[in-house]
Write a protein that binds this ligand. Structure first.
Ligand code: ADP
Ligand code: MG
Length: 361
């Protein structure tokens, strides 16, 4: 049996730990059709918590119900690409030769990704309507998923939201799921560019419970005929802190160790797998998260790393010698970047496991 773990961003894991029931409302919405609340959903959570994987899970559910799916990441120009996907679906699903004379929406630039030209927006909406009516006549609909909405400017998101709202008002069968970092999503909703999105269902992803990690490991190692004592499974599960990317990393290195040791894991093997997983987590998640922050943000994080648990603004202000107003500015910026999160009144803590240890070294 091959190593089943998938320690790669966006890769669907062998077992979706701790996510049971989260997409029930969405699935129910698919059965209700146009205007059902679950068809408008926003998934939030920190890096590596499993947002992209949840989008994939929602897409599979939609396909199982016969719905068409368009899946895009919110890069500049994504709206035009969604338009191209709609044209492609129309050609695949429509009967008879296409009568449309619409050229690809993304063909505007010379190889450069550009935003959908304003004069093309009516075409985009007409194409969407045509596709949705066609799907409606077949008793299904269209689900659009947009990943990483924190990375894109507001114009395209609000345009998409406006169009989807229009489709819903016309009773057309459309679902829209976004995923992004929590604070970016809050900003988006508060700025009022897409007020109708406030009605969306919010799924805020958290770490899984350690017990669920333990049972998942137990089952997977059983299937692979790998012999590992219960207390070592517990130790490995605890080392993941319930954090999905670490669940995959630790599992992956455990499996690798077991392959080396004739399907038997002992304490030394488990500990070295855990160490390898944490090194890799630091490299992938922590370094990429730290790569684009300012020196002052870094000082803020270093000050936090001096504490054992959550830090207060006063503690941080003392160490980095900044006024409360500045501290609060850095704080908001780091929360928006998904590096820290608020931890009770006036306190903040790291949002990425391993970040404190990494900064201390
Ligand atoms: N519920 C889960 N249980 C176990 N592993 C998961 C779960 N969700 C995601 N993963 C794993 O975690 C890693 C990060 O998932 P991803 O969806 O890319 O996170 P995000 O998009 O939030 O950064 C991947 O390796 C994925 O296989
Ligand atoms: Mg992702």
């Amino acid at each position: 049996m091959q190593n089943p773990f998938k320690p790669t961003a966006g890769a669907t894991p062998p077992d979706l730990v701790g996510r049971a029931g989260l997409l029930d409302e969405f699935e129910y919405g698919l059965r209700q059709g146009s205007g059902a609340p679950g068809l408008l959903t926003i998934i939030t959570g920190s890096r590596g918590i499993g947002k992209t994987v949840m989008l994939s899970a929602a897409e599979s559910i939609a396909r199982e119900h016969g719905w068409a799916v368009i899946s895009r990441t919110a890069n500049p120009g994504f709206l035009a690409k969604v338009g191209d996907d709609m044209l492609r679906l129309l050609d695949e699903l429509g009967d008879g030769p296409p009568t449309r004379k619409i050229t690809a929406f993304s063909a505007a630039g010379f190889g450069v990704t550009t935003q959908l030209a304003p004069e093309r927006i009516p075409d985009w909406r007409r194409t969407g309507e045509e596709l949705l009516r066609l799907l409606d006549s077949k008793g299904t609909g269209l689900v659009i998923t947009i990943d990483e909405i924190h990375a894109v400017d507001r114009t395209e998101i609000s345009q998409l939201a406006a169009d989807v709202q229009h489709f819903i008002r016309d009773g057309l069968p459309i679902g829209l799921i976004f995923a992004g970092l929590p604070s970016a999503v809050s900003d988006l909703l508060n700025e009022g560019v897409a007020t109708f999105l406030r009605r969306a269902d919010r799924i805020n992803l958290h770490e899984a419970a350690i017990g669920e990690v333990t049972s998942s490991y137990k089952e997977l190692f059983n299937e692979g005929d790998i012999d590992v004592p219960q207390e070592l499974i517990n130790e490995a599960a605890e080392a993941t802190e319930g954090y999905p990317f670490l669940i995959q990393l630790v599992g992956y290195y455990l499996w690798m160790e077991a392959e080396r040791a004739h399907s038997k894991l002992d304490q030394a093997g488990v500990r070295s797998a855990i160490a390898a997983a944490w090194r890799r987590n630091a490299l992938v998640v922590v370094e990429s998260a730290l790569s684009d922050i300012s020196d002052k943000d870094r000082e803020f994080l270093d000050a936090m790393a001096e504490q054992e648990g959550p830090s207060t603004a006063a503690q941080i202000g003392n160490i980095i010698k900044s006024k409360p107003s500045l501290v609060s500015k850095y704080r908001n910026r780091l929360i928006a970047a998904g590096l820290i999160e608020s931890a009770g009144y006036g306190k903040v803590d790291f949002a990425i496991p391993g970040l404190r240890d990494y900064l201390r070294q």
